[in-house]
Ligand binder design. Structure first.
Ligand code: OAD
Length: 249
């Protein structure tokens, strides 16, 4: 009897090149709020256009900075879950595994995944708001009277900003190109915990379907891909991923 879980497990076992395309639902079981979930989602409580755009930061840099500090504290106090670990464990046995994530929490890397493409940046990093090269770990200033946002250590004149993509900003084209190549070369894509409403990221799953890639979806809710997916698993990433990945040879 082929249950959906058994079918998904078989697809995962057979595939040599697997892409995991993840969204906020991947970290929901770690305790990190998603964006659009009705009750717990960030965007249900706050207006993203007031907090996650270059205009919002120009208008009120301290408000936006404090919002990201609030989210950073959540990320610092939570941890990768069994789903992140199941994906990372797969890399050990000669498969080509690429994680393409919309998440900015760095949990895939913390869990041990090595090939992680962060489409929307990393909330635990800062960069100069006016373009000094490089990014650096986001740290809490020692001095309680330090300016908020902090001043860039490189130029000493301008403020820093979180190293994330805001609404209205473009993604890093090189990262997106690598993500597209990974989707084109994979045998299987596993789409986990995303509402699929933000492009160009969600376009990667559309591309996989268009290329006829084997397609597994993991989400408690249906999505625009559910009907065409080979397997659409209704459930939580931290529970389902260990069931379909850790038993593979
Ligand atoms: P959303 O909050 O839009 O969607 C979260 C998805 O996760 C929903 O489809 C939920 O049903 C699902 N979900 C909830 N709990 C889950 C669980 N335990 N296991 C699996 N799935 C679960 O988050 P994203 O789709 O990631 O953009 O949002 C995409 C982008 O919109 C984000 O990257 C962010 C946001 O604006 C930027 O930061 C640029």
């Amino acid at each position: 009897m082929n249950t959906p879980i058994e079918l998904a497990r078989r697809l995962a076992t057979k595939a040599q090149r697997i892409v995991f395309f993840t969204g906020a639902g991947m970290s929901a079981d770690s305790g990190v709020p998603t964006f659009r979930d009705a009750l717990t989602g960030l965007w249900a409580q706050y207006d993203p256009l007031q907090l996650a755009t270059p205009q919002a930061f120009a208008r009120d840099p301290k408000l936006v900075w404090d919002f990201y500090e609030y989210r950073r504290d959540i990320v610092r106090n939570c941890a990768p879950n069994a789903g992140h670990r199941a994906i990372a464990a797969l890399e050990g046995n000669g498969r080509e595994v690429t994680v393409i994530t919309q998440n900015v929490d760095g949990y895939h890397q913390l869990a041990g995944s090595r090939e992680v493409l962060c489409l929307h940046g990393n909330i635990m990093e800062d960069r100069c708001h006016h373009g000094c090269p490089g990014v650096f770990p986001a740290t809490k200033p020692e001095d309680p009277n330090a300016p908020v946002p902090p001043v860039c250590a490189t130029c000493g004149r301008r403020t820093v900003r979180p190293n994330v993509v805001w609404f209205g900003e473009t993604l890093d084209e090189a990262v997106l190109e690598r993500a597209r190549a990974a989707v084109e070369n994979c045998g299987l894509i596993v789409v986990i915990g995303t509402s699929g409403v933000v492009y160009p990221a969600a376009g990667l799953a559309d591309t996989a379907l268009g290329l006829g890639k084997r397609f597994i979806e993991i989400n408690p809710e249906p999505s625009q891909w559910s009907r065409e997916a080979d397997v659409s698993l209704r459930g939580r990433a931290s529970e389902i991923l260990p069931q379909i990945l850790t038993t593979t040879e």
